[in-house]
Design a protein around this ligand. Sequence first.
Ligand code: ATP
Ligand code: MG
Length: 419
Amino acid sequence: MATGVKAIRGMNDILPDQSYRWEYFEQTVHKWLAAYGYRNIRTPIVEQTDLFIRSIGEVTDIVEKEMYTFIDHLNNDSLTLRPEGTASCVRAVIEHNLLYAGPQRLYYAGPMFRHERPQKGRYRQFHQVGVEALGYVGPDIDAELIVMCSRLWDLLGISGLRLEIGTLGNAESRALHRTRLIKYFEQHRDNLDEDSLRRLHTNPLRILDSKNPRMQGLIDNAPKLIDDLDEESCIHFESLQHILREQGINFEINLRLVRGLDYYNRSVFEWITDKLGAQGTVCAGGRYDGLMEQVGGKSAPACGFAMGIERLLALMQECGENITPPAPDIYIAHQGEEGADYAWKCAEFLRDEGLNIILHCGGGSFKSQMKKADAIGASYALIIGDDEVKAQEVTLKPLRESIEQASMKLSAVTELIKK
Ligand code: ATP
Ligand code: MG
């Protein structure tokens, strides 16, 4: 036998025994977003590579080693499968001048691609819902984003998430901090690991994010951003905290919160769980006031977040979710040519009435058809044989309750079931 073609490592099929949970998640999320007035934006999955280099930053893990970049050999363009959604969203907003009509509350959902080492909670094709508020200076909108997350966790039955917030200040205070960091790490050059040495002059802030235990002492004593913060950012951060307190949202301040993407400034936040092992961040975001300009648009304030759907679904399970898998109301079993004709009519009639019907296909005995009806979880079987055709009636058999089957006119079925 020829060896079959397999899916690509780190890219998962989502099969029917799981996809209903995704659908539940998506439906919940749609209602939740509507409640806050966010509107959907859909951008292509492939973009010019340059977009991501300019937005995410040249010296980030994503751009340095995680992007699926390839040459379109038909015209030699360098293209990239989107590793995240903010850059594409901002590109589209600029290209279609959406901010001309005023600030925008937007969201997107779909697959993202990063060439990482696949493991639990980390895939090469994964899925995000991203929410972006463009044209608002905040901090009210920053708070709204966080408050709405908190509501979503409740809607999904998720508990025990920890919220960490931080601030990165404005461009000037970041530049000042950067200079001080470089100076500090230069003085301790001998203690830097290879990654940190490489980042020393390109992205010293990322050194703070190092997971190398040997580096932790050095990192703990490094200059703190809080000492370099500009006053306006401090006020912004204070007001954000005020709204969160008013809304009863618990948070921890983490001034070492470094996001893996370079475009953030001021507020940053992460929602973290202890229930999923190492991949504990389920949602992360912040403000990115410089990005619009960086990507070639008019300067405009903005902030947003993205959540990982795989991790949230795993967390829902940990929190004892019980979403019932979908099952048809009725499985129609039938025999004989006239029985089949009548069964087709019944099926379409009952669907008109709003019921979910599976019409048996492929023949076979009543016994085997009833087995299928049971296995698929139908609430009722509708039996159509010679007797039923003759009487122009149907026999309805409850499969989940110990009630006797009964023959009736088709028109009586819906009422009985809905009762
Ligand atoms: P991490 O620190 O886990 O690598 P990140 O900072 O790279 O996350 P973001 O780019 O902020 O993640 O993306 C937001 C969310 O998307 C993450 O919090 C996570 O839930 C999810 N996510 C990111 N990368 C992956 C991945 N490779 N597989 C599954 N989910 C992911
Ligand atoms: Mg990452």
